[in-house]
Design a protein around this ligand. Sequence first.
Ligand code: GLU
Length: 441
Amino acid sequence: MKSPIPDYLHEVVEACSGDNPGSTADYIPELAQADPDRVAVCLSTVDGVVYSAGDADAEFSIQSISKPFVYALALAEHGLDHVLARVGVEPSGEAFNELSLDSDSGRPLNPMINAGALTAHALVGPESATTDERVERVLRGLSAFAGRDLDVDESVFESELGTAYRNSAIANMLRSYSVIDGDPAETVRGYTRQCAITVTVRDLAVMAATLANGGVQPLTGQRVVPRPVVRQVLSVMMTCGMYDAAGDWMSTVGIPAKSGVSGGVLGALPGQVGIGAFSPRLDPHGSSVRGVRMCTRLSDDMGLHIMDGPEPARSAIRRDRTLRGPQGHTVRVCSLQGTLQFSGAEHVLRALSDEDAADRLDLVVLDLRRVHSVNDVADRMLREAVRRLRLDGLRVTVVDPERVLYTHPARGDESADEVVPTLGPFLGYERVGGGGQAAGV
Ligand code: GLU
C-alpha cells in the first residue's frame, strides 16, 4: 500500500494555494525578493518519519522561528530562574518589533518578541564569548535540533543588517536598562546572523518534532535539551508564538507554534507531530497567509488541537481478575496498559482501594507488561499503592519486564526484589472472579 499521507498533504497544499494574498516582508530587502509563489508543507512524526508536499526543498531564512530554539539553548545552559530574571513569559499583544519592556520588572515581556529574543541570544554561551563564538553555538544548537549542519545565508544577513535600525534601537534600549551587557551593535549582529540561518520545511518539521518528542531528536536520537526546557519553550510558543495573533491561533489551531517573516511556520504538538509550513506572503501580523491556512487545515482534519487531547484514564486497566493457585492461595492480577499519568493512575488506585482485601487475597500482581511509560506522578502513585497494600498485609509482585516503574530519579529502588519479568508463575491458575474477558493469564 502507498501511504495516503503524502497524497493528503498534496491536497492540503492545493486547497490552500488557490489565491495568494498578502505581501512579502519589505523591511528586509532580500526577503522582499523571495519568490511569492513557493508553498510547502511537511510533517514529522516523533519517531522521525517525514512526509512532505510542495516545494519541500526550497530554502529560506529561519528568522523568528529561531527564537524558541535559542530560548531553549539559553534555558538549557543557565536554568529557568536565571533566564526568567532577564526575559518574562507574558504575551505582549504588541508587534514583534515593539520597543517595549515590562513596566514593573524592566524585562522584555517574552522571548518571542525581538526585545526578548535579542536578550536570549545574548545569554547563549559564556559572557566572555565573542559574537562569532556565540553565533557558532547557536548554529550548532539549531543544527542539533534539525539533525543536520545548518548554515547562515550571507546575503540575507547582510541585507537585514544593513537596515536593522529597529533592532538596533531595541538593543540600545536593552543596554541602557542593563538587560544586556556588552556592545548592542554586536548583539544585533549576532541575532541577525541567527535569523539568517537557512532551513527547509523539512528542517522545521524535524526541529518541531524534537520539541514534540520531549527534546530528543527523532532521527539522531540525541537529547538536545532537557524535557523541562521543552515544556517551558512550548508554553511560551503557545501563548506568544504567533505575534499579536496568539489568542486567535490558540483557539482555532491550538498547536504551540512560531512563525517568521520569511514565510515559515513551525508547529509542535507534544507527543504527536512536528509541522513545517512555508509560503512567503504575510498577513498583517507578519505570519505566512498560506502557512497559517495549511496549519489550520491540518489541525482541523487531523484533530491536532491541543485541547482535543486523548482521555487515557478509562482504559488504564486492561484486565482485573482474581485467580486461585494450586495451593489454594488467591491472587488478584491487575493488568494495566498504555501511558500512565495522573488520571490513569487514579483509576488504578480506585480499583485497588479495598481495606478488607487482605481477608480474601494472598497476593496482588500489578501487571505492567503493556504499559509504555509511567510519568513521575503516576510512578509515585503506583509505588504508594504497592506500599499501602503491603502495609495491609498483602504480598505484591510487579510484572515489569521493561522497567517502566521505579525509573524516576531521587527515589530508592526498595521494591526491586518484588519486580519480575513475566506472569509465568501464575500460568494455569484458575480464574475465580474479576471483570476480565479471558480466563487464566
Ligand atoms: N530578523 C527578523 C527581525 O528581527 C525576524 C522577525 C520575524 O521573523 O518575526 O526583525
